[in-house]
Design a protein around this ligand. Structure first.
Ligand code: ADP
Length: 591
């Protein structure tokens, strides 16, 4: 249906009501006026008849017809009224406008009949004499208590009509003026009524655009005011609710963004509803581009796809692990899927939580390897010790030469056990202290530390005819834990001596390079093949286990060096090639 403006609806109605009211009033006033005017005219005619009656008294008996007629004509002219004198016989003896002789008997005229009965006769009818509608008022002329004649005053109705029309015209003119005024007033009124509604519409449109801070002006009239107040209240409530929802959403986003776990919500069509930063990083996708797209389109990974299918189909939480081979090393993701339910408990998707457990699994593996390695390292000397003790018990103890020999071997294995346990203990102490921040660092001179380390190794080096050169600026200093750093350098020099042929010198150096304090231990020994370099600092990792054991190595020396460097906030590197010797570097931050 075509919608019309309120003004367009109100104005014609107002106008119609005003016009009808005016018409009714005009009609009623017109009628009342007419009735009143006719009554007034009748009274007026009666007064004129009454006024002229005395003029005819004395002219009737004896009858002076000529004189009556003359007086009639004279008075009729003066009063602008037609005057007629009719005898009780009905004969007309005087008439202001006509010749009585030519007039017929008027005894049958209704007003005359009334007057002949002694009353005032009034009649409005067609005049046969004048050939026009007239109003007549007839009054009896009494002589000795009897009606001697009737004096009749009359006026043509046309004259009355003309006067009435004049009045009607004025009423109509006034009515038109009033109608115009009413039209203007009703237009103003319609506008006044519709203006607050227009204003409300304008504000409601701004509400719809999201601007809920504007207020609808409250009009003075009761009903529009209630509507405006209701609108304002509604906007306030909406604003509050939207703010609450926005705040909750921001909190939820903040929680999701700060989570280490990847979180992804998918609907039943497997479209991604939510994906947090961590999830996007783990899956290697752009979170904004992924939203609302099917998971199969975003991540091409059959295992993940199957898991999402399973999570969507299952009413309970499901768990699994998937491997991502997109980067080296492979990443292992632990994945959990939980059905998402709405307030009515109907499932509408699934929440997938992803956890990168690559490091955890690597650590678990390292722990398992470590336990196996320790067991293996300890098992070898213990088996030997046990074997030699049994041999001695079986009788070898009776052979003094063998017995001493066996006991020396047992002592060597016991030393080895001791060395392994010492190294394990110092490694775990360094790790624990470092974790708890208990390793105290203080400004110290590097040269002093290196000198002591060289001193500690001097004897073993001399045994292999190996010279140890030391080159370090006296004033070189940084934040260090001197005993630990000395232990690290001793381990490196010890290795250099162990894995160098006799007579090849070892060089210990320290200097500042690219903002770091660099300590290096360089030998001209066997060197290390490249494939071992990445794992050399792991616990119990050896290039040649047999050789290491032979030279009294525990396989823990370099692991200790690495942890000491880390406890100083530094790190270790090495350069080596088979047959060309090795250089181990300890990098320390320069403070
Ligand atoms: P170990 O007690 O066996 O020496 P380390 O952790 O000190 O244990 O060293 C690990 C392995 O690294 C050694 O077994 C050896 O094979 C190799 N290595 C260490 N230092 C050197 C070096 N200076 N020259 C050649 N190989 C070395």
């Amino acid at each position: 249906m075509r919608r019309r403006r309120l003004v367009a609806q109100l104005f014609p109605s107002y106008l119609m009501i005003a016009a009808l009211a005016l018409l009714a009033v005009t009609w009623y006033v017109g009628r009342a006026w007419r009735a009143s005017f006719l009554a007034q005219t009748a009274t007026d005619l009666k007064v004129r008849a009454d006024l002229v009656i005395p003029q005819f008294q004395g002219l009737l008996s004896p009858l002076q017809a000529g004189e009556v007629d003359r007086v009639c004509k004279e008075l009729g002219r003066l009063s602008a009224t037609r005057l007629t004198v009719i005898l009780s016989s009905g004969r007309v003896v005087g008439d202001s406008d006509n010749e009585p002789a030519k007039m017929d008997n008027h005894g049958d005229r209704p007003e005359v009949r009334q007057a002949l009965k002694g009353k005032i006769g009034v009649s409005t009818r067609h005049s046969y004499t004048e050939e026009t509608p007239m109003m007549y008022v007839a009054a009896p002329l009494m002589e000795q208590d009897r009606v001697a004649a009737v004096v009749r005053a009359s006026l043509p109705v046309a004259f009355i009509g003309r006067t009435l029309n004049g009045i009607y015209f004025k009423i109509a003119l006034g009515g038109m003026g009033a109608a115009l005024l009413a039209a203007l007033l009703s237009l103003a009124m319609a506008h006044r009524l519709s203006r607050p509604l227009e204003e409300m519409k304008r504000v409601a449109q701004r509400f719809a655009q999201g601007d809920l801070r504007v207020k609808v002006p409250v009009p003075l009239s009761d009903e529009p005011a209630s509507l405006a107040e209701a609108l304002n209240y509604m906007a306030e409530q909406l604003d509050q609710r939207i703010r609450t929802i926005t705040r909750q959403r921001q909190e939820q986003d903040a929680v999701l963004a700060s989570m280490v776990e990847g979180v992804m919500a998918v609907d039943h069509q497997e479209r991604i509803i939510t994906l947090n930063q961590a999830g996007a990083r783990l899956l290697g996708v752009d979170p904004d581009a992924a939203r609302q797209r099917p998971i199969a389109e975003v991540v091409r990974h059959p295992d993940l796809q199957n898991f999402v299918d399973l999570a969507l189909a299952s009413p309970r939480q499901v768990e699994g692990e998937i491997i991502f081979r997109d980067a080296a090393p492979d990443r292992l993701l632990q994945i959990r899927g939980t059905p998402l339910r709405d307030a009515q408990g109907n499932a509408f998707g699934a929440l997938i939580v992803l956890n990168d457990v690559t490091r955890l699994r690597r650590l678990e593996q390292a722990r398992r390897d470590f336990v196996a390695n320790v067991s293996h390292e300890l098992k070898t000397p213990i088996t030997s010790i046990k074997g030699f003790v049994e041999t001695l018990l079986d009788g070898a103890i009776q052979e003094p030469d063998n017995a001493v020999n066996f006991l020396n071997i047992i002592a060597r294995h016991a030393d080895r056990l001791n060395a392994i346990i010492d190294d394990l203990l110092s490694l775990s102490r360094i790790e624990q202290d470092s974790d708890r921040g208990k390793i105290a660092l203080a400004a110290g001179h590097i040269k002093e530390v290196l000198r002591k380390a060289v001193q500690a190794c001097r004897e073993r080096a001399a045994a292999k005819d190996i010279a140890i050169d030391l080159d370090c600026p006296e004033e070189l200093a940084t934040e260090i834990n001197a005993p630990l750093l000395e232990q690290a350098v001793v381990n490196l020099i010890d290795n250099a001596v162990k894995y160098s042929p006799a007579g090849r010198p070892v060089r210990v150096e320290a200097r500042v390079e690219t903002g770091e304090v660099l300590i290096l231990v360089k030998d001209q020994g066997s060197g290390i093949a490249p494939e071992h370099l990445s794992r050399l600092f792991e616990r119990f990792y050896r290039v040649d286990p047999g050789r290491s054991r032979k030279v009294g190595g525990t396989g823990l020396g370099l692991a200790i060096v690495k942890h000491i460097a880390q406890a100083h906030g530094g790190y270790v590197t090495l350069q080596s090639a088979p047959g060309k010797g090795s250089t181990f570097f300890i990098h320390l931050p320069q403070v």
